[in-house]
Design a protein around this ligand. Structure first.
Ligand code: ACO
Length: 431
């Protein structure tokens, strides 16, 4: 952040106030209103934070107009095609691409932390056997603070580091356990000879009764999904993690809060909702009916996987995933998958429809991810847990950045109060 010495002037009730302007390294300037209430006695009003920067950050940059997503400056399409998830994790956490030695050390540290405390197995058994894996994930990740006391002191940099590694390493294990539990199969322990994505597929799909071979193309597609969901600036779940953390809560509690927020259908739950929508549409000839419903103000139906708060041109992650969907379905010999046909035709129709053009609504990351995940064998209930495990590194990087920031203080938004003014209590017999 550079102080450009530029200011904006606000005239209010006959007084003029100077508001400093900060210039970011890229993106729009930011008005500093921190002293506004103290000086002018007014708040700003911005429900949904559509115009408010809640922090400064050096991790991720999005240009919604250009459809650009950069992690530490590196474009997402380059990372998706040239890198792999653990390298992207290193980049997000530490700010630079690792050297070969740094990467090897990081991979070893993550790999050595993939097992969960054996007592956690008992903890899982407290959930109803048909619990949604997201419900289990929120509970178990929150409970990590009860199992890993030695990495909950946020004022100790070493403990923060251990907590970060533990979360990145154990989330795939916990997500896979939540899945296995929901289908009544035994938990599968992680394997250190497999890479991050292949190990996750192994923990989800292998059973003790037979040998399971992880297809490297599917592992690569899985890894790409992890990369594409790894971080996304100050979105709802990341802001939730930061807000929870601003009170000094431990990292496991903060990440559990992020997972809870991610579950909603307007956020991470959209991939499940999108696949369910594609199935409901069912065939290409029913697309016009659903397009009309999406445009009807009296119908709550929205095209799931379409639209984004920040991207108003294209979601660069959706482009990569569309290509991945073609590759995975071809590998599995199901390139004529009816859902993919419906998705492609729906995208084509919407992108040529005046309503979607005018409102700048484009397919987002969730539009094609569900098709890939289903083709790999995941049930829809696992889509959001997979998003959560991918996003863990983003949440934890933002959390680490926030704690190290000397400006860090408890988040405490104000409000525009529209309720009753002070009035006297009325005894119950008189009401
Ligand atoms: N289908 C139909 N109309 C839509 C859609 C959609 N998917 N998305 C937005 N619109 C319309 C709204 O009705 C609104 O119309 P209006 O101006 O006439 O009232 C206009 O476009 C703007 O929409 P908002 O909801 O105000 O935009 P916002 O930025 O708040 O919402 C959001 C973004 C939540 C993603 C929205 O587009 C949506 O609900 N999409 C479907 C759910 C989805 O795919 N979510 C995943 C997001 S990506 C992620 O979390 C990984």
């Amino acid at each position: 952040m550079t102080d450009t010495k530029k200011t904006a002037q606000l005239s209010l009730n006959g007084e003029t106030y100077e508001l400093p302007i900060f210039s970011p390294t890229t993106g729009p300037d930011v008005l500093d209103i921190r002293k506004l209430y103290g000086q002018a006695g007014v708040f700003t009003y911005d429900p949904g934070f559509t115009s408010t920067a809640s922090c400064d950050s050096t991790i991720t940059y999005i240009d919604g107009g250009k459809g650009e997503l950069l992690h530490r400056g590196y474009p997402i399409d380059q990372l998706a095609s040239k890198s792999h998830h653990l390298e992207v994790c290193y980049l997000l956490l530490y700010g630079e691409l690792p050297t070969a030695a740094q990467l090897e050390d990081f991979e070893t540290r993550v790999t050595r932390h993939t097992m969960v405390h054996e007592q956690m197995h008992n903890f899982f058994r407290g959930f109803r056997r048909d619990a949604h894996p997201m419900a289990t994930l929120v509970g178990v990740v929150g409970a990590m603070s009860a199992f890993y006391h030695d990495s909950t002191d946020i004022n100790d940099p070493w403990q923060r580091e251990v907590a970060a590694i533990r979360l990145i390493a154990k989330l795939p294990t916990i997500a896979a356990m939540a899945y296995k539990y929901s289908i009544g199969q035994p938990f599968v322990y992680p394997r250190n000879d497999l890479d991050y994505a292949a190990n996750f597929l192994h923990m989800c799909f292998s059973v003790p009764a037979e040998e399971y071979h992880v297809d490297p193309i599917l592992a690569r597609a899985m890894d790409r999904i992890f990369i594409l969901h790894a971080d996304h600036e100050q979105n709802a779940s990341t802001s939730t993690v930061r807000l929870a953390s601003s009170s000094g809560a431990n990292p496991f509690a903060c990440i559990a809060a992020g997972i809870a927020c991610l579950w909603g259908p307007a956020h991470g739950g959209a991939n499940q909702a999108c696949l369910e929508m594609l199935k409901e549409i069912g065939s290409v000839d029913r697309i016009p009916e659903f397009i009309e419903r999406a445009k009807d103000k009296n119908d709550p139906f929205r095209l799931m996987g379409f639209g984004h708060r920040v991207y108003k041109n294209t979601d660069p992650r959706a482009k990569v995933l569309k290509q991945s969907a073609d590759e995975v379905l071809e590998l599995l010999g199901v390139e004529d998958n009816p859902l993919l046909q419906v998705a492609k035709e729906l995208e084509r129709t919407a992108l040529n429809d005046e309503y979607f053009i005018e409102k700048k609504l484009f397919p987002n990351v969730d539009f094609y991810s569900g098709i890939i995940l289903e083709a790999m064998g995941f049930p829809t209930s696992m889509f959001t847990p997979i998003f959560a495990l991918s996003r863990t590194v983003g949440w934890i990087s933002q959390w680490k950045e926030m704690i190290a920031d000397p400006q860090n203080k408890i988040g405490r938004p104000r409000q525009l109060y529209l309720g009753e003014t002070a009035r006297d209590y009325i005894d119950i017999e008189s009401r």
